[in-house]
Design a protein around this ligand. Structure first.
Ligand SMILES: *Cc1c(COP(=O)(O)O)cnc(C)c1O
Length: 384
């Protein structure tokens, strides 16, 4: 849809005029309003069906006892959260310092800051086909050129990405595991890749689903390797993580980057001074302390994944094996219609036609009840 400027004179920068906005999953309230259904289930945005740690809820209530504190600006340096992150990420990353951390309003904010820091008009940013939708948005918004390399088996083709490097390349985005396909690269592949990338090009490894992939039940735990411990070895490597997925804090908006102090210093110059609110900073720090909750959420995920994929198998549906908390299932050329029919059954999944995957739907792993609702609804609409 094109919205017309009534003055007909106001022009956005070229990259922005060509941007397609990010399409979020449909909120439950919107579905209930528009379709008149009740008790809708949303499995469209890879959220944690357990919600955040109960400790977070207790802490939130405590914060409300002190309303005058809420009138104050947040800690712009995020001291407490960084401190907790250092405690949590060591020893994976021995000698991590607060100066290596950049906090973001969600990791989307960090990805945006990375693009604004390292790329501009005339520069090239490389990412893969079927990669996360925020990479093209962040790239085009700064007027840089997106160089999209073809995927292999739905995942990143690292040799194609190396071949795509030119004098103009400034930044490379890699999601591991990838969203929406759930594919995952091995440590050998990634390390071998980054060794060959010219040192002045910043390589971002987006580990939004790391907590799921590393777990012994993921089916990918032997292959998966977090690049966090390699940040000290490669000065051009940036690893991003988020509290939106396994930590169940998507509404708070907290993510972060780990890099060399040099890169973090640059990112922190570009970052808005108070990009994380006080609730987000404090609750993320509390959530880090409750690793039992994370383990519970991740185990629930792999149980749910098994249930869903067995269900797909019974329905004769193919799917892409996933290392994350979501799975892409192959519906066929009528997937848009099936998506609509699922909405009428009160089940919100995610169409991925905007990712050039028109035959697939992406389904986030819910709790047992939600997963069963998904399979029931899918079975009904496919057999109608
Ligand atoms: C969900 C997701 C994120 C996280 O986004 P936030 O802004 O932290 O909520 C980052 N990268 C990928 C690939 C994702 O799927």
């Amino acid at each position: 849809m094109t919205v017309i400027d009534p003055s007909r004179t106001i022009q956005a920068v070229a990259g922005v005029s060509r941007l397609s906005p990010y399409i979020p999953g449909k909120p439950v309230e919107t579905l209930e309003r528009e379709y008149g259904v009740q008790n809708a289930v949303k499995v469209a945005s890879n959220e944690n069906p357990l919600g955040p740690s109960p400790e977070v809820i207790t802490h939130l209530a405590k914060m409300l006892e002190n309303p005058l504190e809420l009138a104050r600006y947040p800690d712009g340096n995020g001291f407490i959260l960084k401190d907790k992150l250092i405690e949590h990420l060591n020893p994976a990353l021995t000698k991590l310092t607060a100066e290596q951390i950049t906090l973001g309003n969600g990791s989307n904010d960090v990805l945006d800051i990375l693009a604004r820091t390292f790329a501009g008009s005339g520069d090239e940013v490389i990412f893969s086909q079927y990669a996360f939708a925020v990479y093209p948005i962040a790239t085009q918004a700064v007027g840089a050129t997106a160089v999209v390399t073809p995927a292999v088996n739905w995942g990143h083709d690292l040799s194609a990405m190396l071949d795509a490097v030119t004098d103009k390349t400034r930044l490379i985005f890699i999601a591991n595991p990838n969203n929406p396909t759930g594919t995952c690269l091995s440590g050998d592949e990634l390390i071998n890749f980054i060794k060959q990338v010219p040192e002045h090009i910043v390589v971002v490894v987006d580990e939004a689903y790391e907590e799921y992939a590393v777990h012994k039940n993921s089916g990918f735990s032997e292959q998966y390797y977090s690049m966090l411990s390699k940040v000290s070895e490669f000065p051009n490597l940036v690893v991003t993580r988020t509290f939106s997925k396994a930590y169940g804090l998507a509404s708070f908006r907290v993510g972060y980057a780990i890099s060399s102090e040099y890169i973090a210093d640059l990112l922190n110059r570009v970052r808005q001074p108070f990009n994380n609110n006080t609730f987000a900073l404090e609750c993320a720090a509390i959530a880090l302390e409750d690793q039992n909750h994370i383990q519970q959420a991740v185990e629930l995920n792999w149980q749910g994944m098994a249930l869903l994929t067995q269900g797909f198998h019974k329905l004769g549906l193919d799917y892409i094996p996933s290392a994350g908390n979501f799975v892409c299932v192959k519906i066929g050329s009528n997937s848009a219609d099936i998506y609509e029919q699922l909405l009428y059954k009160g089940v919100i999944v995610r169409p991925v036609a905007n990712y050039q995957m028109p035959e697939y739907l992406r389904i986030s792993i819910g709790n047992a009840e939600e997963n069963n609702r998904v399979l029931e609804a899918l079975s009904m609409v496919l057999n109608q």
